[in-house]
Each structure stands twice: as C-alpha cells, then as structure tokens.
Design a protein around this ligand. Sequence first.
Ligand code: IMP
Ligand code: MG
Length: 175
Amino acid sequence: MVNVLFSEAAIAEQVSRLARHVSQDYKALVSRQHPLIVLPVLKGAWIFSADLVRCLALPVRLEFLRASSYRDGTSSGELHVDIPGPASLGGHHLLVIEDIVDTGRTLSRILENLRACHPHSLKVCTLLDKPARRIMPVEIHYRGFSVGNRFVVGYGMDLAECYRELPYVGDLGGS
Ligand code: IMP
Ligand code: MG
C-alpha cells in the first residue's frame, strides 16, 4: 500500500515553479545555436525531466546519464556512471536532472565526471532532496521538495524496478 506524500497536482506545481526559475536564469545565456544541455539521470529522473523540459521556455538539448549501482533492495553498492559523448559537453551550460538526492554519492560522482568535460557552467535540479542522509556534500541549485529519512517511490522512482509508473510520490508505509 503506497501512501501519497506528494500528489500529482503538488508535483505539477513544483515542476512549473522550477521551470520558471530555470528559464529565468538561463534565458540570456542560451540560444538555438548554444542550447541548455539537460542531462536527466536514468532511470529515476525520466518522468520528472520529461515534464520539466516541456515547461521550459528555452532551447534545450538532451543527453541522458546513466548511474547504476549493484544494489539489493534499498541499499546502494558499487557505483558506475556512463556519460555519453563527453567531448560534446565542453563549453556548454549543463543542467543535471535528478529524481532524488539521498547520500549524494551518485550526484557527486556525476559532477566530478562532468567537470572533467570543461562545461561553461554546471548546475543541478532535483525533484526531491533527503538532506538527513547526506554523506557527500553537493550543491543543489533547483530543488522541488525535501523529504525525511524515508524510502519513496513513484513518478519515475522505484523499489526493485516497481512503482515507477505511479503519477504521484509516496512511501510504502510502516516508517
Ligand atoms: P544517492 O544516495 O544520493 O547516491 O542516491 C542514488 C540514487 O538512489 C538516487 O538518484 C535515486 O535514483 C536512488 N534513491 C535514493 N533514495 C531513493 C528513494 O527514496 N526512492 C527511490 N530511489 C532512491
Ligand atoms: Mg536517481
């Protein structure tokens, strides 16, 4: 049984608020020739980023990042990050889109790898933030909601590949 924490309507409101801020901040910096490069982290950020880019009043280019860890249920293990075409990212404005920042390990590794591509700028937008669990300090420029120390699912996020399709974010209760 999934308890709703953030409804479809509440998420839509945050998505448009975040999109307004992002559009405002980048509108003078990007163009069709030099678009904002949006980098959703798969798989979790797929729905959030699809909704977010459709609210942006900016020219964007999409490049997907893949972060995976050999995990059993809810705990992460060895981390791997795939960055496609790193040479094409140099000199561009990059915006990483995350579903949730938990310990910060994934994001910190992603940012380290992207900095090595020498972007013009590098920022982060996440739907959810779990600050109580942070191990690696990471700067978050655009944040939707903060959540406590609980495991959430839905709106792209999974527990063992289940629940990604839910239109809201919830937890499984009992915590
Ligand atoms: P990290 O601990 O910040 O490295 O989080 C790594 C990734 O684990 C996040 O980007 C999510 O994809 C996933 N994750 C962390 N917490 C949750 C959660 O509560 N629900 C679903 N996925 C999570
Ligand atoms: Mg993620």
